[in-house]
Design a protein around this ligand. Structure first.
Ligand code: NAD
Length: 258
């Protein structure tokens, strides 16, 4: 179904574990050339890369802390130097950083949350744009930017997560401008917006809290990282979504229905 992803050059930020890693593995199974990224190499890196190679793809790890604009640009240039271009950028790096209610938010926390969730996506997209446009020109099809939003971008976020929720809402919004002004480059911009997904993101939750959250999800459970992956394949594939841009796909077991 995703045959056109073979040999596509796909850069996924924040992909050493969780949703980003599951997406990377799914792209590898489609025969894509995948760049995985994190601040530092995970302990099981060589196994991860070898497994993705055996599955038919090719994967390379790029260390970069994307809270920093220069690191975003360097990541994109390193990926392009390795693979000769870029067809798909997935802005996945993101996270809570911590939980702070309004009275406790200080400048350092504000910067940390917005740098990780907003600056990283903006600067990676800015750096990748000319390469994506070149890819689309060469193929005669489209290139894709897929950003990872969140249910928190719709609802405002849980306890102490107001800035995180707002940063995701910003992502949901900023791509509308990118669609308006960069569709001429034949780049499509879409968002995968997960609900509650069982990753390290929720490591701070007790079983009791997890049960309470699950009870509020019509499907009665957290999603898995693997269940997010097909949405990325869909938006990356020109054959599947060549006329789809500016959309948010909520993958959340019915937890929130916009
Ligand atoms: P995770 O904590 O399992 O993975 C986060 C990944 O980001 C890791 O690979 C980590 O190395 C990387 N990362 C963190 N800081 C980084 C930095 N400064 N520079 C580069 N890489 C960095 O989290 P996850 O649940 O897989 O989350 C992935 C994305 O999905 C995030 O954008 C998150 O906000 C979003 N999301 C998650 C959920 C959920 O319930 N898990 C829900 C909605 C949205």
């Amino acid at each position: 179904m995703f045959n056109d992803l073979r040999n596509k050059r796909v850069l996924i930020t924040g992909s050493t574990m969780g949703i980003g890693l599951a997406a990377a593995q799914a792209f590898a199974r489609c025969g894509a050339k995948v760049g995985i990224n994190g601040r530092r190499a995970p302990g099981n890196l060589s196994t991860l890369l070898a497994d993705m190679g055996q599955d038919g793809g090719e994967a390379t790890f790029f260390a970069a802390d994307l809270s920093n604009s220069t690191a975003c640009r360097t990541l994109v240039e390193d990926f392009v130097a390795r693979f000769g271009g870029i067809d798909v950028l997935i802005n996945n790096a993101g996270g809570l950083v911590g939980r702070k209610p309004l009275p406790e938010i200080d400048d350092a926390f504000f910067d940390a949350v917005t740098d990780l969730n907003m600056r990283s996506a903006l600067m990676c997209t800015q750096a990748a744009r000319p390469h994506l446009a070149a890819s689309a020109r060469a193929s005669g099809e489209t290139a894709a930017v897929i950003s990872v939003g969140s249910i928190a971008g719709h609802t405002g976020g849980g306890p102490g997560a107001s800035l995180y929720g707002a940063a995701k809402a910003w992502l949901h919004n900023v791509q509308k401008n990118w669609v308006d002004y960069h569709t001429a480059d034949r780049i499509r911009f879409n968002i995968v917006s997960p609900g509650t997904v069982d990753t390290a993101f929720h490591a701070d939750k007790t079983e009791e809290v997890r049960a309470r959250i699950s009870a509020g999800i019509p499907m009665g459970r957290f999603g898995s990282a693997a269940e997010m992956a097909p949405a990325f394949l869909f938006f990356a594939s020109h054959a599947c979504s060549g006329y789809i841009t500016g959309q948010i796909l909520d993958v959340n077991g019915g937890q929130f229905m916009p």
